[in-house]
Design a protein around this ligand. Structure first.
Ligand SMILES: [Zn+2]
Length: 353
């Protein structure tokens, strides 16, 4: 219903050569009534093509629920044309699936600490470039991606690793008798190219999407080859830990459109024990004893031998406590962090993706 109203209002604005305002859409669909301010859940068990088809309602409602979008006065209709094309399309491809999950996360990005211009740029960038997400990236063009893929396979078949992710989510989700165990062997790693520089990745149904652009940028850094490769691998492991825990949370609560910290409804429903700022960060803390900004740590005097030893242990299926101060890496205070459905690299200009 929200998606249909969006298309009608967009076409009207386009015909009259007016700007499009989410605020008007929010009024039109009655989102100003508190009990109507609800996200549209997307059952985890649906087929992939059903997810793409049914995601459109969730995407539009997520955008309408974003308090910043409500305040942004208006968009030129040309800025939203790809979003509209996506919403009316009946097609299904791997790229459509990746793009639909990306769009679902856009509306859930908290921009309240940004000034209006930056928030506007963030949304324009997302709406203008989401079609650049291309999952046909050929990993054989660079040996590093082949290595990362094999690291992923090792992690997914290491019980200590998957147990640690399960334990982290078990602290959040109330166990339910008929929810099966998530099979990490079914989790697919998908590298994608895009025009987004600072999005590390995001998750979907049984899928982890990893953006190759920040990895290529890390390869350009002026630090030793050894440090570069080591940091890229450890940051990749961090990303897998983070996004795999999102997959597990959504699987257990049977909603692909679910995001922490918006679990209040689930608490009332008795499905989760507590609200959390970000389940991906909670799981990172279990692994690394903090949320490490590996990119910002590059170039500092990282204790390479310690980090290398830690990586070797992980790749041999041994999980040991990570010592941030011994490693001499930089960790983030996630309380200062904007919550987002993506895993993003913090830059001074935070949301210039
Ligand atoms: Zn996250």
């Amino acid at each position: 219903m929200a998606a249909r109203t969006f298309l009608t209002m967009f076409n009207e604005a386009k015909e009259k050569e007016h700007f499009f305002s989410f605020k008007h859409l929010i009024c039109a669909i009655g989102f100003l009534t508190p009990d109507k301010r609800l996200k549209a859940p997307l059952n985890y068990s649906q087929s992939l093509s059903e997810i793409v088809e049914n995601s459109k309602e969730s995407i539009v409602r997520n955008l309408c629920l974003n308090p910043t979008l409500e305040k942004i006065p208006a968009f030129e209709t040309s800025m939203l044309k790809d979003l509209v094309t996506f919403c009316v399309s009946k097609d299904y491809s791997d790229n459509d699936l990746a793009q639909c999950l990306f769009l679902m996360h856009v509306g859930k990005t908290d921009c309240h600490k940004l000034d209006e211009n930056k928030a506007f740029s963030f949304f324009c960038n997302c709406f203008g470039n989401f079609r650049s997400i291309d999952t046909q990236f050929d990993i054989t063009q660079n040996e590093l991606f082949v290595e990362l893929k094999s690291i992923f396979s090792i992690l997914m078949s290491t019980k200590a690793f998957t147990d640690a992710i399960n334990n982290s989510i078990d602290k959040i989700v109330v166990p339910k008798a008929n929810t099966g165990q998530f099979n990490f062997q079914n989790l697919k790693l998908i590298f994608f190219s895009s025009k987004f520089r600072t999005i590390y990745g995001y998750s979907g149904k049984d899928r982890l999407y990893v953006n190759v652009v920040p990895i290529f940028e890390s390869l350009e850094k002026h630090v030793s080859e050894e440090q570069k490769i080591l940091v890229i691998k450890l940051n990749f492991i961090r990303l897998i830990v983070h996004e795999a825990s999102h997959v597990l949370l959504r699987f257990k609560l049977d909603d692909l459109n679910l995001s922490s910290p918006f679990l209040d409804g689930q608490i009332k429903g008795g499905k989760v024990f507590k609200n959390i700022k970000e389940c991906g960060f909670e799981t990172e803390k279990e692994f690394f004893k903090g949320c490490i900004d590996w990119d910002a740590s590059m170039g500092r005097s990282i204790n390479l031998s310690y980090c290398k030893e830690y990586l070797d242990k992980i790749l041999n299926g041994v999980l040991v406590d990570f010592d941030i101060s011994l490693a001499n890496v930089f960790s983030l205070n996630i309380e200062n962090f904007h919550s987002s459905g993506f895993s993003i690299r913090l830059e001074p200009d935070l949301y210039m993706l």
